[in-house]
Design a protein around this ligand. Structure first.
Ligand code: AMP
Ligand code: MG
Length: 399
């Protein structure tokens, strides 16, 4: 009796469990883009930190300009950045710039456009109520306020807020380090001459860039032939430095299945998952390091990365949402899907043209070119074997 197939969700959980969660460390704020904040961020200072002018103009006491127009002597110039500002005496004005601290005693700013711009004496043309054009300390953020919750993804706006509050570094879960290695004696590096029977290697590039796009760090090793000794020699020196070894090829049922041969009985399990493409998979721990072994067919490798590896990498960095956006769409043509397997077809989805998704390329797992023009995967559930044109399907965006 062949082993029953593992479910997609079951294998997703297995891979996510292997990759686990990355430790928290404090990284310089500029290196935190795209990472997840690991602890609540509490404001150590107020924002703005002090009362300041919202305009270029003149700081005054509102009651001194109640009878405007009035002319007042200009006692001081206050550029932004001045740290020692003399108090405003009654019956005088200070020339003040946007962001400069309000002098004690002043309660309003008259913008320069409503004055003659004088530097010794100034003609103030309009009366203003107290508080005009003054940005109050803590108007935006009070000391001790919870400004960002743990779990927040750090984009430019969040980093700017943390920077404004004076944080030089932030606690984040670090990026997982992934060693990427393709196997296959038929593989040749792009740019090298191609003999009959050889193909250019493409999975390594796809996986390494996919890891980086997901936020991880990838080290791409030169691919190795189907030789167990060469395989071990390639990965062993790197094991101490990585969180995950991600391989492609050499996991199915043929002879010369190098990844299977190298890892079987050494902590990595090889199994079949109920999906198409991407059935044969390997996962486990080799010398303490998580290993995920993907099939070699380029489409199988990419779909497996999407379904198993990408969500696990995101979860390891603390992302709450690890799946792609999904939508429901009507499939443009009839098609079939194997019973008992989740099928992932490459699709071109156009929301503007009535939410129709068109399968691109056939189901074959060697059809690389269709992948490059697809913008989604069409997910056909295990129990669906036939779809008619116009049927509703679930799509997962690839972008
Ligand atoms: P395998 O899983 O090693 O049996 O490979 C399955 C198919 O995928 C074969 O046609 C391989 O030539 C192809 N293949 C395997 N690895 C790669 C790779 N790194 N780049 C491109 N094609 C590959
Ligand atoms: Mg192979």
């Amino acid at each position: 009796m062949p082993k029953p197939l593992a479910g997609v969700a079951e294998h997703q959980a297995r891979v996510a469990g292997l990759v686990g969660i990355m430790p928290v460390l404090v990284l310089p704020i500029a290196d935190c883009l795209g990472l997840v904040l690991a602890e609540d961020l509490i404001a150590p200072i107020p924002l703005p930190p002090f009362d300041n002018s919202a305009m270029d103009g003149y700081a005054v006491r509102a009651r001194d300009v109640a009878e405007a127009p009035v002319t007042l002597p200009v006692a001081q110039d206050i550029p932004a950045g001045m740290t020692e500002v003399a108090p405003l005496e009654a019956g005088t004005a200070h020339r003040i710039m946007t962001g400069a601290p309000m002098p004690a005693g002043a309660d309003a700013v008259i913008q320069v456009e409503h004055t003659d711009g004088g530097t010794e004496r100034v003609l103030l043309r309009t009366a203003v109520p107290a508080g005009t054009h003054v940005r109050r300390a803590a108007d935006d953020v009070a000391v001790g306020a919870l400004v960002l919750r743990a779990g927040r993804v750090l984009g430019p706006a969040q980093l700017a807020l943390a920077g404004a509050l004076g944080f030089g570094g932030l606690p984040v879960r670090r990026r997982p380090k992934v060693l990427v290695l393709s196997t296959g004696s038929e593989l040749v590096g792009p740019g090298e001459p191609l003999l009959p029977g050889q193909i250019y290697e493409s999975n390594g590039l796809m996986l390494a860039t996919g890891v980086r796009e997901a936020g991880g760090e990838a080290e791409l090793l030169r691919f190795v032939p189907d030789d167990v000794a060469a395989f071990h020699a390639a990965i062993e020196p790197h094991l101490a430095d990585v969180d995950l070894v991600l391989t492609s090829g050499g996991v199915s049922a043929g002879a010369y299945e190098v990844v299977k041969d190298a890892f079987t009985g050494r902590g990595v399990e090889f199994l079949k998952v109920a999906m198409q493409p991407g059935g044969p998979q390997g996962a486990g721990r080799y010398q303490g390091v998580a290993v995920v072994a993907l099939p070699g067919n380029p489409v199988s490798a990419q779909v497996s990365f999407e379904v198993f590896v990408r969500p696990a990498l995101l979860a390891s960095m603390g992302f709450a949402v690890v799946g792609r956006r999904t939508a429901r769409a009507r499939i443009s043509t009839s098609t079939t899907s194997p019973a008992g397997r989740t099928q992932y077809r490459r699709g071109a989805y156009d929301a503007e043209s009535g939410e129709v998704v068109t399968p691109v390329g056939g189901p074959g797992s060697h059809l690389l070119s269709a992948l490059a023009i697809a913008n989604c995967l069409i997910e056909v559930p295990e129990d669906v074997t036939e779809l008619a044109a116009g049927d509703l399907v679930t799509i997962r965006y690839l972008e």
